[in-house]
Design a protein around this ligand. Structure first.
Ligand code: 8OZ
Length: 367
């Protein structure tokens, strides 16, 4: 019987254990360039079987918050190369999360101060972070404009280009498409945010089209064995909702099963919140079974509110990987602490978004 601490293969990725550092937005990348300290931050956490970077914009249009990193400029790619080198020097594995925020943005963050883009021109009832003079402020997102169908191939291509740059130039072991948390791909999936009447709206097949096209393009660029995807079937994050998520996500994972992906990463419940949502029930075991029955061989990664007992249970039930989020911010040696059932450092919420070394690279490891 496998444990959390046993090695596992996820596509091309040979992982030392089943503990994953979840993507965590930290807003410390002015001009979308990861800071030098990012190499320290990620390499401090390299004992995780897999590190997933904070969400990283595939294009200027895909950016929705101040000081989040990108993957579309030479300086950004060079900075990421310093991060991947530092992680590899410690024997770790790292993939980058490919992000297009869609409507979760602000005109101040968009090229030429334009409107953010979305499947439909519906403003998300959510906030983004604008950092002014080093001080983060939460502000309402701007009203988006609906993407023209003719713009969608460019977005799909953008995912593929970012993936290829990530692997070939920045030295990542792979990539994860951010298909979760109410960002662009999730906005297309769900009928609360997608009111389109063309081939990208309406039926489940149509709403899933952009996500599947982007995933296939990334697979063509870097290989399925280096590609993962994150999904959040019922999260209310960033004001997304679907009237019937079980058949929607069953269709999505059945299609993904044909792409020989490294892994599928599922957020159970409300991102960073309750694992069960009373008015949004969802059967994750049925979803996993549908993926397996359709021939999906990728690792099944679960996330949200896991601790050691819950993670042990998940591995026992056949989940391959468990992603830990906030505990990894405050515990660089989380793997050791989980193994030894040692107490965890407390998270300083004030330094989560923005700032420097404090609350970033200064959390102590066990002696
Ligand atoms: C917290 C703050 C800003 C962005 C996500 C990328 O929820 C995020 C995010 C989280 O996936």
């Amino acid at each position: 019987m496998s444990t959390l601490f046993d090695p596992v293969q996820a596509g091309d990725l040979q992982l030392a254990n089943r503990i994953v550092m979840a993507p965590l937005t930290r807003n410390r990348s002015p001009n979308a360039i990861p800071p030098d300290l990012a190499a320290t931050y990620y390499s401090q956490r390299a004992t995780a079987g897999l590190l997933i970077t904070e969400a990283t914009a595939i294009s200027h249009q895909g950016q929705g918050y101040s000081d989040v990193p990108g993957l579309y400029g030479t300086e950004q790619l060079d900075a990421w190369k310093r991060v991947t080198d530092a992680v590899h020097a410690k024997g770790g594995k790292i993939v980058v999360q490919l992000w297009h925020v869609g409507r979760v943005s602000h005109t101040e963050l968009q090229p030429d101060g334009g409107k953010p883009v979305a499947p439909s021109a519906i403003t998300a009832k959510t906030k983004t972070v604008l950092i002014k003079d080093g001080v983060p402020a939460f502000v309402e997102t701007s009203e988006p404009r609906a993407l023209d169908a003719g713009e969608l191939p460019g977005i799909v291509h953008g995912f593929a280009v970012a993936a290829r740059s990530a692997v070939e130039t920045a030295g990542f072991d792979g990539v994860e498409l951010h298909g979760a948390n109410g960002y662009l791909l999730d906005q297309f999936l769900k009928d609360g945010s997608n009111k389109r009447t063309d081939d990208y709206g309406g039926s489940i097949e149509n709403r899933a089209r952009l996500l599947l096209e982007a995933t296939r393009a990334v697979v063509d660029a870097v290989g399925g064995g280096k590609t993962g995807i994150r999904l959040s079937p019922v999260t209310p994050a960033n004001d997304v909702h679907d009237s019937n998520p079980q058949p929607l996500f069953t269709y999505v994972v059945k299609q993904l099963a044909q792409l020989n992906l490294a892994y599928i990463h599922i957020i159970e419940g409300a991102t960073g919140g309750p694992r069960e949502i009373a008015d949004r029930p969802f059967d994750y075991e049925a979803l996993k079974a549908a993926y397996r029955e359709a021939g999906g061989k990728g690792a099944w990664m679960v996330n949200n509110g896991y601790d050691r007992p819950l993670a042990d249970e998940a591995v026992k039930e056949g989940d391959d990987l468990v992603a830990f989020g906030k505990p990894f911010i405050s515990n660089p040696d989380l793997v050791r602490r989980l193994r030894e059932n040692a107490p965890l450092n407390e998270l300083d919420k004030a330094t989560m978004y923005g700032g420097g070394a404090k609350g970033y690279t200064d959390y102590p490891a066990l002696g």
